[in-house]
Structures are given as C-alpha cells and as structure tokens.
Write a protein that binds this ligand. Structure first.
Ligand SMILES: [Zn+2]
Length: 323
C-alpha cells in the first residue's frame, strides 16, 4: 500500500516538474478513500482466490465478472461518498469483440426534446433522471443544511444526499450504456456533432436540463465502444451548420429559432422535422468527409463541389477521420 502512495506521489511530482500540473497538495486522511495493493505474481493462483482477497482475507463480494481470465496485477479498494465499497482488479488482458461488419451508417442529433434524433427518423425521449429525484433531493439537502456542522446526524444526512445522487447517476449510466452499445453494435459508422457542452451549460436556464442529459458521457462511451467493436465514430466540427439545411437537396435555408420544430425547404418544398433533418445532414457530412478522405486532395474538393454540401472541418485533417 505504502509503495503505491510513494508511486502516486512520484507521478504527481514528475507531472509538476514537467509543467503538466500544479504542485501536489497534501491529502487529508478522510479525503482519500482508496488504497491499492500490488499483488505478488510469483505466487500466482495461491495469492488470488475469489472471496479471499490478498491481505484482506474473507470478503463478501459481488462479482461483475464470473471468471477472471488472468491473475490480476493489483487490487484497488475504494469507497464512494454514499458508502459503497468497490474492489477493482487490474489485469493484463485484451478482450477483442468482433461483431459482424455491417454497411449501416447512422447520424445522431443530440438535443433536449428529443434526447436523440437519428437519421432513420427514430427518436429517443429524454429520461430526466435528475428531475424525477429533484423533490427528494431538495428535501434531503434542506434537512442536511439544518444539521449542526460536525455532528453525527449531519454525517448520516450527508450519506442520504449522496445516495440519492448515486441513484440518479447509476440510472443514467445504465440508460446511456444500453443506448451506446446498441448504436455501436448495429452501425458501422456513427456520426455525431462536436457539441460545445460547456458553452451551452453557461446558459443558466438550460444548464440543469443539459447536465441531466449527459451528452459528454454518451460521446465518451461511443468513442471507446467504437474502438472495442472496430466501428467508426465521426465527429462533425462544432462550427458546421446542421440545422436548417435541407437533407434532400442540400440548400441552406434560414437560421431556425429554437421553438421552430418543423420547417419547409424553399427550394424543393420538402417538409422536414428539425431534429431528424439535422441528423440526416450530420450523416451526409460525415459520409462526404469519409469518402473524400479516402481520395486524394483534389478528389476531396471535387466531392465537396459535386455534393453541394460543405465538407466538415475534419476534411482538412484526413488522418483524423480515416480508419
Ligand atoms: Zn430541399
């Protein structure tokens, strides 16, 4: 355990001297709720037995994996703020998932209503986990604020508040994992927008609803799951327009106000849903970029001219969007 503390301190100082971070701060005893044990691999299976963890002895554990393929390198025991304990094992093991290749591609438009609109016309409703627990959370936080600082009743109430936050986070996490896995499994290419979430969160009226959606977490999950499954995730530059462009003829219309949910193209008179049309445009841009990047520079410019759709920001950086 102490070796690990020294190791983390060494890492922190290295980062400080290479000017990557600030000088490490002193961590109080109650602040750090984790410790790491390095396992002696020479003793192999002797040291590692399920439910009889090294240096901890017999522990009642619920395993998230039935069988651990190799002997772990280290075990980290941690406790979160709602009092749940975790043991995570670090293993040298690469699990490659190879689902069958498909030729499907999907464009996703993130929003508040609907949470996701895809280029096939499907919509995913926002689940609003935070708002469902808002009443409970408010009442628990009010109780907490009335307790004397440093009292044991305050400590109990603090755990109560933390447990509500934990429940919201777990439910949201479960929902996002389901969604991202199904998207990545079913599609070879997924196109999304590079949203400026911090910028949107700066709008005080929207911040709570945007935070509840957790687009950043969804994007993060899509990114690593795409790598796992050998799929491709394309990100359209944040200054590229997707709303108000006709996906059928490619003509660029007027900028739409936030409350305009449906609109009609002035060129081809097609009727569009705001979010689905945006998702289609995102997909078209990604595919244009993808095919253009596979060709040389002149070919790329030709494709952009022929399709009439302005290439995405990534088209100038082919290495960023090639397989
Ligand atoms: Zn049109």
């Amino acid at each position: 355990m102490y070796i690990n503390v020294l190791w983390t301190q060494d890492e922190a100082l290295k980062r400080f001297f290479s000017k990557q971070s600030k000088y490490p701060r002193f961590k109080k005893r109650h602040q750090v709720k984790s410790c790491c044990y390095t396992l002696d691999k020479r003793r192999g299976a002797k040291i590692f037995k399920p439910n009889d963890l090294p240096k901890l002895g017999k522990v009642k554990v619920v395993w998230s994996f039935q069988e651990i393929p190799v002997t772990p390198n280290s075990a980290t025991v941690s406790c979160n703020s709602s009092g749940q304990w975790f043991i995570s094992l670090q293993c040298d093991y690469i699990d490659v998932i190879n689902p069958p290749e498909t030729d499907k591609a999907i464009g996703l438009d993130f929003g508040l209503t609907p949470f996701i609109a895809d280029s096939n016309g499907n919509r995913v409703k926002p689940r609003k986990f935070y708002f469902k627990y808002l009443r409970k959370l408010k009442s628990a936080q009010r109780d907490l604020s009335r307790k004397v600082k440093g009292s044991s009743n305050r400590a109990k109430n603090r755990i109560g508040v933390a447990r509500i936050h934990q429940r919201i986070a777990s439910k949201r996490g479960n929902f996002l994992h389901d969604l991202s896995t199904s998207i990545v499994r079913e599609n070879q290419v997924t196109a999304i927008e590079d949203l400026n979430v911090r910028g949107i969160m700066a709008n005080g009226k929207l911040a709570r609803a945007v935070g509840d959606c957790d687009w950043s977490e969804l994007r993060c999950q899509l990114t690593y799951k795409a790598q796992w499954y050998g799929r491709q995730l394309m990100t359209i530059g944040r200054f590229e327009r997707s709303i108000g462009i006709c996906p059928d003829c490619g003509s660029i219309g007027e900028k739409l106000l936030v409350n305009v949910r449906e609109w009609e193209c002035k060129e081809c008179h097609a009727h569009h849903d705001r979010d689905s049309a945006a998702a289609k445009v995102i997909l078209q841009k990604a595919l244009t970029c993808l095919s253009a990047c596979r060709q040389d520079r002149s070919g790329r410019q030709d494709t952009v001219r022929r399709t009439g759709i302005k290439a995405c920001g990534l088209a100038d950086k082919p290495e960023a969007c090639l397989v």
